[in-house]
Every structure is written in C-alpha cells, then in structure tokens.
Design a protein. Structure first.
Length: 486
C-alpha cells in the first residue's frame, strides 16, 4: 500500500479507509487489552495515534528474527497499515487501528532523545538526532517556510535571485575575520624575504577565503539587473561564543539600483513584516507548540510586529535616549557615548523598554561603519529624515539597521557610495588595499548609479520567529569555535 504522510492522515475524514503510515515512535504505552503508539514522520508537529490489538495485529521485520511489540520502543522506525477511524479521545480527530506493523529499524535503550526532557546543551551534542524532537522539528519546518517566504517576496517584487561566490579574494567588511581556502601544504609554505606567504603555486594563484558577504558582488548585479537578492551561506572566523553568533550562517542580501535611504527603510520594514506574516499564516501548529513550550509571548510578539509602524531613529537621538536612561538610574554593562558601536543591550533597551516596537536606526558615525556606505552631506545627525536635534561631532553614514525585540540588530543596511572619488577617499583614509577591489571600483567608473541594500542574517530571523534563545538551535548543524561535528 502506498504511504500517506501523517499530516495528510490527520486532515482526512475518510473513516474506514485503509491507510499506510511510516515514521518514528514518539511514545509507546500498553494497557490490558491494547497498545497505544504515538507516531511521527516529520511532516507535522502532531503525532498520529496507532491503536494496536496484540492478538489481531500482524508484526513483521526484515531485520528482526521474531519481532514483538516490546521491540517498538521510543525512536524505533515502523510502517503501519490499518484503518483510519474517528478517535474517541479529545484533541485528536482520528487514529489508526493497526492491522500490521513492520519494524523498519530498531532503537535500543541508549537512544539519547527519550521522552524525558533534555537540555538544549545536551541536544546540541546530539545534533544528528535532535531533529527528531518536537522542538527541533518545529524549528526546521519554520526555517523551511521562511526560506520559501524570502524567495516568494523577492520574486513577486521583481527581484532576480543572484548567485554570488563562496570563494573570494576580497574582504567585504574589512575586518579580516575570514576562513582561508588553500590547497597548499601548510607544513611547507613558500615565503618571500619579508616572510609573507607566496601563493603563486596555490590553486587560485592568490590568497582566497570563504566569503563573509555577497554584497560587493551583489552590487554588480544590481547595476546590471536593477534589483537582485542573494540567499546563501557566509562564513566569519570570529571567536565569538555568544547566543547570537555562528561561524557559518545564511544571509539574505538584496541590492537595488536607484534606491535612496527612505526607500531602503520602506523595503526593510515591508520585507520583514511579510516574512513574519508568512509564518503566522503557514506555521500555525508549529508556532502554537513553540508558544506553549518555549516562549508564551511568541505569537503575541509576532503579531505586534505586523501591526505597528517601525520607529525611524537617528543614531544621535538614540544615544541621547540611552544617556538619559543612565541619568535616571538604568545600568548598562557597556558604554554608550557618541561614536560607540551600540551593544545588544542598548539596542534592546530602545526597542523593548523605550519605544516598545521595532526601530530602524539611521545615520551612524562613519568610523564604526563599513567603507562602502554613503556619507551624509550634513554632519547634522539624521538630517535626511527630519531630525534637527543635537549636532553630531563628526560625519555620519546613511546606514539603516533594524533593531528587534529579543534579538537586537536583525538587519544591517545602507545607501552605498556611488561616487568614485568619495569612495576612494574613504578607502585611503582606512588604509585599505585596493588591488583586490579593482573590479568593484570599476562600477564607480563605468555608469555609476545610486543604489542601496541590506543584509539579514537568516538565523536571527528564525530566532525571532521561533522564540528560541540560542542561534545554535535554529540551524541544523551549528559551526562555532571548536565545534565542527556532524
């Protein structure tokens, strides 16, 4: 008999119909007359109940000589044929009266994902098995739906999916935290008189690394196709053991020609609201489970994002608010003077306590932002969006970072500097090497145009949508310092 997914069985009202389901045993309990097996195949957070009469159900296996119901333990994989019937129990519309069970794979008592709850730390050590739990099944199904939402949003809005390289010779962020790619024998490196490694015998003939961002190449696509987006893995060799950092993660990076700062903020807000609404519309069962088991304010928080207009806040005004909070007795671990790069605690204070809604922070000091951002014409902070408050003691960039509750920064964006001379002046002021960026600079020499874009860390979006507390729990196999298992 052809297999039916459990998600479809639970929707069916064709009672009396013969069905076949296959999956993994969540629980197995016995009573005097019958056994009850909760079976899940990953297609839904919900289990289907299998009712087994030991005297009337045939048991077989190609791997077990004489299987018995005692072999059908938590974690075992089975195929069940039986009749779909209406369930007398509350909370489940239907169940299956088993006529035959085939044991496909046994599971012994050392299985670490037993019914009792395990800590997330224990489950990370068993990442190859944690996907079978209710929590991680829900997270991965939501992750899938968010990927679908991203592609649909950009496709429907006229963007082109653009594939940028994973191996690159340039450092987009200029921080140098990159994983090197080489075929050289690390025990016998060829060096010049100054002790620098010579790469002429390496595969690419020059030093190359895994990409930290597809933005620079994405800008090339935008200047040809008008509007593009990338969606792929990126790599950062930061020794950060925090709940918000990974060494390997996925990024969404749209780039749009002829876009100004206001339009960029509109895009950021509309895009992220679309993704959150998609989750509410398409992941109801999984969100309900996570709302009950992980974060009881999750669904309300998601709905609040949809129903509110994001605050658009100049950096200088944000600093004033934070310093006023300090005067009133609020204590921060890190300083927040003008020119400081805000910590997550500052961002969350603005979002969760002061405004109580998402914030798009703009017009950051140039010293704490990347070389490619467009500098504001006026040193007056936020002049481009109507703020006429404190005059900033230095130039500011047209950055647009979206700050979210629970997360802090979830999007980092900016208008890009399209003027060749201004871009070169910024590069020279930072003592950056230009030999790796000649192709990028060419776009400012040959038909340059105003353009803007942003980067959204996919895992941070999943953190927000699922209510999970650690970024290592929203990607199947996290890569962090000293951890590259599975």
């Amino acid at each position: 008999m052809k297999r039916t997914k459990i998600v479809d069985v639970l929707k069916s009202t064709e009672y009396g119909k013969a069905v076949c389901v296959k999956g993994w045993v969540r629980t197995h309990r016995s009573s005097k007359a019958v056994d009850f097996i909760a079976l899940n195949d990953g297609s839904t957070i919900k289990n289907v109940q299998i009712v087994v009469d030991p005297d009337a159900c045939q048991l077989c296996s190609n791997t077990v000589a004489a299987p018995s119901l005692k072999d059908v333990t938590t974690g075992a994989c089975i195929a069940v044929s039986g009749t779909l019937v209406e369930s007398p129990a509350a909370g489940q519309p239907s169940e299956i009266q088993a006529t035959s069970i085939e044991v496909l794979g046994l599971c012994d008592n050392t299985y670490p994902m037993q019914k009792k709850g395990q800590s997330f730390e224990v489950m990370r050590k068993n990442a190859h098995l944690r996907l079978r739990t209710n929590t991680f099944g829900a997270v991965m199904r939501i992750r899938h739906n968010m990927a679908i939402a991203i592609h649909k949003y950009f496709h429907d809005h006229g963007f082109f999916y653009f594939h940028t390289p994973l191996i690159t010779a340039s450092d987009c962020e200029g921080a140098g935290n990159m994983f090197q790619v080489t075929t050289k024998n690390l025990y016998d490196l060829k060096k010049d008189e100054q002790g620098k490694i010579i790469y002429d015998d390496d595969f690419f003939g020059e030093q190359t690394s895994l990409t930290v961002s597809g933005q620079l190449e994405g800008e090339l696509g935008a200047t040809a196709l008008g509007a593009i987006y990338t969606f792929g893995p990126t790599f950062r060799a930061e020794n950060s053991n925090t709940p918000r950092h990974l060494a390997e993660f996925w990024m969404i990076e749209p780039e749009v020609a002829f876009m100004d700062q206001e339009e960029l903020m509109d895009l950021e807000e509309d895009f992220i609201k679309y993704c959150v609404q998609w989750a509410l519309d398409n992941c109801q069962d999984d969100l309900a489970f996570l709302n009950q088991m992980i974060d009881k304010s999750l669904i309300d928080r998601l709905k609040s994002v949809i129903g509110t207009e994001f605050v658009r806040l100049p950096y200088t005004k944000g600093i004033e608010i934070l310093q006023e909070a300090i005067k009133n007795g609020h204590k921060f671990e890190f300083p927040c003077n003008w020119g400081d790069d805000l910590a997550s605690e500052h961002e969350r204070y603005l979002v969760e306590q002061h405004f109580k809604k998402p914030v798009i922070m703009t017009d950051y000091p140039s010293a704490i932002k990347a070389f490619y951002m467009k500098q504001n014409v006026s040193a007056e902070a936020g002049s481009s969006i109507g703020y006429r408050g404190t005059v900033a003691p230095g130039p500011t960039m047209q950055g647009t970072d979206v700050l979210f509750p629970q997360i802090g920064e979830i999007i980092g964006g900016s208008v890009r500097e399209e003027n060749y001379d201004k871009l070169m002046a910024e590069i020279n002021a930072r003592n950056m090497e230009t030999d790796k960026l000649w192709w990028y600079l060419d776009t400012r020499r040959y038909g340059s145009c105003p353009h803007a874009g942003f980067g959204l860390g996919f895992e941070r979006l999943i953190l927000f949508v699922t209510g999970m507390q650690n970024i290592r729990d929203v990607i199947p196999f996290p890569r962090t310092p000293k951890t590259a298992d599975f």
